[in-house]
Design a protein around this ligand. Structure first.
Ligand SMILES: NC(=O)c1ccc[n+]([C@@H]2O[C@H](COP(=O)([O-])OP(=O)(O)OC[C@H]3O[C@@H](n4cnc5c(N)ncnc54)[C@H](O)[C@@H]3O)[C@@H](O)[C@H]2O)c1
Length: 437
């Protein structure tokens, strides 16, 4: 029988509860047991207690109180971006092995402070760069390393945020303002930057970036619109209206041309992003309407305090000469990444939403692989980020048990953050910036 590790969760929101907590209890109940939880929101604590039967004395509303002593073998830190480092350093001092949500921190000095504490305390820290563990993204690495497309010369990479995810998280939601959390290029694209250096197998030397808030600002608000959707005359017509995004899109996901056969519609209606807007369980049409009407999620997208960009392009040059172009954009109907590696002997393309990886060898034909099939073979589960969330938790377990290595290191994770910081500096100054001074 495998060992069961006890776990505490600090920050029981979307990621802490519905990704890691759910994964550890529902998928790996024979490997983990959640012993204690901490969240400043009593309702989040109530939901965690209800889900996992946590005793009263193991529930905390204050992180300082919670972090007074070690309460389990491992700790999940899934609070907001700016709290990660101080909590993680304290947890290292207490002797926890830690699963730390990304981004680590938008403050450069904090990245090095954490690295120092990590080296001193010699515990495990896995940063949740979940795509590093997703089978289809690992497949890309395998093809690149096989030499099938020769030497990679340049890379085109698009991160499709989608119009509604931008409105939900980055205009109305928690990540709308980089003074409270982190810049968009770090928040949304540190996965992409992390994967780029992994694929390229070289450090990034220079970056140049442009981007701005092009659309979600007051000057684009339609004439006579209200600052709240529920009182707005465009409530049924505006594609960004909360009524459309949270009530109508929940009823039927109208961005798809057809119903997705592999999606459990009832689970979708109770899942993200609806379970973030509305803490009622089960969520109903009435409850979610009431929830947006009484929260930030009912604000007009042209009348919010958002400052994170809705489009950004980063041009990168790596030490080994490879160049890459990453575009992050809100203005897409469907999510997922589109990536093309241009090599001397062929081309490798991934289109996540259209479910394919294409391998073309110049003069030798083309073959397609199904992303879903790769994922099904490896994890046989539909869990988040193409199986990445699940595999990350599994790797964490193996590392705790000493039967496996973590898929990446803290140093590597920090590298992607330095790339993001340099990109943000370039966007603001208009200069080409070095990732390492
Ligand atoms: N790995 C990924 O792909 C991925 C995806 C989405 C979000 N994230 C990151 O995960 C983290 C959490 O995001 P989320 O979507 O779960 O947000 P969330 O707002 O749903 O959850 C955060 C929780 O932390 C709680 N909290 C805030 N301050 C606290 C404190 N001082 N002590 C205890 N609890 C506190 C909040 O009440 C909330 O319940 C963020 O840093 C986010 O950037 C990572």
């Amino acid at each position: 029988m495998s060992k069961i590790f006890t776990v505490s969760i600090l920050g029981c929101g979307s990621r802490g509860h519905y990704t890691y907590g759910k994964c550890m209890t529902e998928k790996f109940g024979d490997k983990f047991k959640i012993l204690s939880v901490c969240d400043t929101d009593p309702e989040k604590i109530r939901l965690a207690q209800e889900a996992w039967g946590i005793s009263e004395q193991n529930c905390f509303l204050d992180s300082d109180e919670f972090l007074k002593e070690k309460r389990s073998d491992a700790l999940v830190i899934a609070t907001q971006d700016r709290d990660h480092v101080k909590m993680c350093i304290r947890a290292l001092e207490l002797g926890y092995d830690i699963l730390l949500e990304k981004p680590i921190s938008p403050i450069e000095d904090e990245l090095y402070e954490l690295l120092e504490a990590y080296k001193k305390h010699k515990k495990k820290v896995i940063v949740c760069h979940v795509l590093r563990y997703a089978p289809a993204f690992l497949k890309l690495k395998e093809v690149l390393d096989s030499g099938e497309i020769g030497k990679v010369v340049c890379i085109d990479w698009i991160e499709q945020v989608t119009y509604w995810h931008q409105a939900h998280s980055f205009v109305r939601g928690n990540w709308r303002n980089d003074e409270e959390t982190s810049p968009m290029i770090m928040q949304k694209c540190c996965h992409d930057l992390d994967l780029l250096q992994y694929y390229v197998n070289s450090a990034c030397k220079t970056v140049y970036s442009v981007g701005d808030v092009s659309f979600f600002k007051r000057e684009n608000q339609p004439k006579d619109a209200s600052d709240r959707c529920q009182t707005c005359k465009y409530i049924h017509d505006c594609v960004y209206s909360a009524e459309r995004l949270y009530v109508k899109k929940r009823e039927k996901d109208f961005d798809w041309a057809f119903d997705k056969p592999d999606v459990d519609d009832e689970a979708r209606k109770q899942g993200w992003p609806f379970n973030v807007v509305d803490l009622t369980r089960p969520i109903t049409e009435q409850s979610i309407r009431k929830a947006y009407e009484n929260s930030n999620y009912g604000r007009c997208v042209f009348a919010c305090d958002n400052n994170v960009v809705d489009n950004q392009t980063v041009v990168m040059q790596f030490e080994n000469g490879i160049k890459a172009n990453l575009t992050m954009t809100a203005f897409t109907a469907l999510p997922g990444r589109k990536i093309t590696f241009h090599g001397t002997l062929g081309e490798l393309e991934m289109d996540e939403e259209n479910d394919y990886i294409r391998i073309s060898r110049y003069g030798h034909g083309t073959r397609f692989l199904s992303i879903k099939e790769i994922c099904a073979l490896a994890v046989n589960d539909n869990f988040g980020h193409g199986g990445g969330d699940l595999m990350l938790v599994k790797d964490f377990y193996d590392a705790l048990q000493g039967t496996g290595e973590l898929g990446t290191t803290l140093e590597r994770s920090i590298e992607s953050h330095l790339m993001a910081l340099a990109a943000e500096k370039s966007r603001k100054t208009g200069e080409v910036c070095y990732v390492h001074k």
